[in-house]
Design a protein around this ligand. Structure first.
Ligand code: SF4
Length: 435
């Protein structure tokens, strides 16, 4: 039997797609291994959102060239955001790659497998995934987690000035609602309890489908699926979050009180240069409405520091926004120019590296204090945890608000909802005992 290894870097979407690639290869008769040297077929699922990620991808392609020189029978496939519509340059730079296929597009992968003599059932990737789960039930290597990621929309129409994603993943394409419902039903039948719907901008879901179902409609449909106890979705765009969606989250019990709502900056001129389509004040108002209508909502955000031209004053507006909003989680990144983007074409990357680093640390330090205070309020309370597995002798899982929780207990908890009394807190996690 031929052996495959999927190497993944990047966001949740890439991780979800890698599971689908693995499932497709299993259905073609390949067997999973855990390292490059053991594999006959390697798939690199790449990310180029930041320079550091791209450097790792290029380094790994170099390593694989050496491996292929020694073992010419090795086959190398590449997908993810490195791949774009015009791959001539990539083919010239990396002649040792056997196939470049666009992220989320499995037809080329299937055709390639068939060209190697394999048979792949032409069905929804969700069914391959479900088949993979069934074949690995009770075994550590499978997608046996109670939580599953389900892509619902590919690509992005927004063209934020710093972002490479629309240039690589193309325009928005939604998956038909019925296809998602049947995939989630199948996952539920096999034991999945929580699903996270994925898209670069989930709020755009459905605008390109007949009848224009939206994310709220999809959440309502999925809520009816027996066995699914929690539903999450990411990532939202603040300019596209509708009142209908907010009210749907508030009214559907299975939809978790947890929103990823990237603000990116607290200064209006920077937001404009980023082409985000809202002001800091509009963002504040949106958060106000969300907090009014959804009790105990947990909010995460993303911030970019050191965008071209960002002055100390402008950065301080981001810092002030983080302090004022009291987000549950803040992901902060230093601006990294990506060739081909609007910001790369039009602005000079003029904030020195050390300044970016210092601004990044200031946001992180502030958020550590804020998250520490928010979590400390949960001391002594009971939280509901969906248990994902064990780590270092303790059970771990997440609350509805996506807080990581560890607890010790002799029982078998994987895949179950546990009541946990919080005995200790930190900015990053809660620790407790099963009640
Ligand atoms: S919304 Fe903006 S940041 Fe997000 S994927 Fe689209 S272009 Fe990139």
């Amino acid at each position: 039997m031929l052996r495959y290894f999927v190497w993944t870097i990047g966001c949740q979407m890439n991780k979800a797609e890698s599971r689908r690639i693995a499932a497709c290869l299993e259905s073609a008769g390949y067997e999973e291994v855990k390292s490059f040297p053991e594999a006959d077929l390697v798939v690199l699922n790449t990310c180029v959102v930041r320079q550091s990620a791209e450097d790792k991808v290029i380094g790994t392609l170099g390593l694989l060239k050496g491996l292929k020189d020694r073992h010419p029978e090795l086959r190398i496939l590449v997908t993810g955001c490195l791949v774009n519509s015009d791959n001539q340059e990539l083919e010239r730079r990396f002649p040792h790659v056997d196939l470049l296929f666009k992220p989320g597009d499995y037809n080329d992968l299937i055709a390639w497998c068939e060209g190697q003599g394999a048979y792949v059932e032409k069905t929804s990737p969700g069914y391959w995934l479900a088949a993979l789960r069934a074949s690995t039930e009770g075994c550590e290597v499978g997608a046996a987690s109670p939580c599953a990621f389900v892509p619902i929309i590919q690509g992005c129409d927004n063209f934020c000035s710093y972002c490479i994603v629309p240039h690589r993943r193309g325009r928005e394409v939604s998956r038909p609602l019925e296809e998602i419902v049947s995939e989630v039903s199948e996952l539920a039948r096999l034991g999945t309890k929580e699903i996270t719907l994925l898209g670069q901008n989930v709020d755009s879901y459905g605008h390109d489908l007949p009848g224009h179902p939206d994310l709220a409609d999809l959440l309502s449909e999925l809520s009816g699926i027996h066995g699914i106890v929690r539903i999450r979705f990411l990532t939202n765009h603040p300019k596209d979050v509708s009142l209908k969606l907010i009210d749907t989250i508030a009214s559907l019990n299975k939809v978790c009180e947890h929103l990823e709502l990237p603000v990116q900056a607290g200064d209006d001129d920077i937001l404009k240069a980023m082409r985000r389509g809202y002001s800091a004040e509009q963002y504040r108002e949106l958060v106000g409405v969300i907090r009014d209508r959804i009790s105990r909502i947990s909010l995460s955000t993303d911030i970019i520091v050191g965008f071209p031209g960002e002055t100390e004053r402008q950065f301080e507006r981001s810092l002030a926004l983080v302090e004022e909003m009291r987000f549950d989680v803040v992901h902060v990144a230093a601006y990294s120019p990506r060739p081909g983007t609007i910001a790369w074409r039009e602005y000079r990357d003029d904030v020195p590296k050390e300044v970016k680093k210092e601004r990044l640390s200031r946001i992180e330090e502030l958020q550590t204090v804020v998250a520490g205070e928010i979590n400390a309020q949960l001391q002594g309370s009971e939280v509901e945890v969906l248990v994902e597995g064990r780590k270092k002798g303790r059970w771990f899982g997440r609350t509805r608000g996506n807080r990581l929780v560890f607890f010790e207990d002799a029982g078998e908890w994987k895949g179950r909802l546990a009541g946990v009394q919080v005995t200790r807190t930190s900015p990053w996690a809660l620790i407790g005992k099963a009640t």
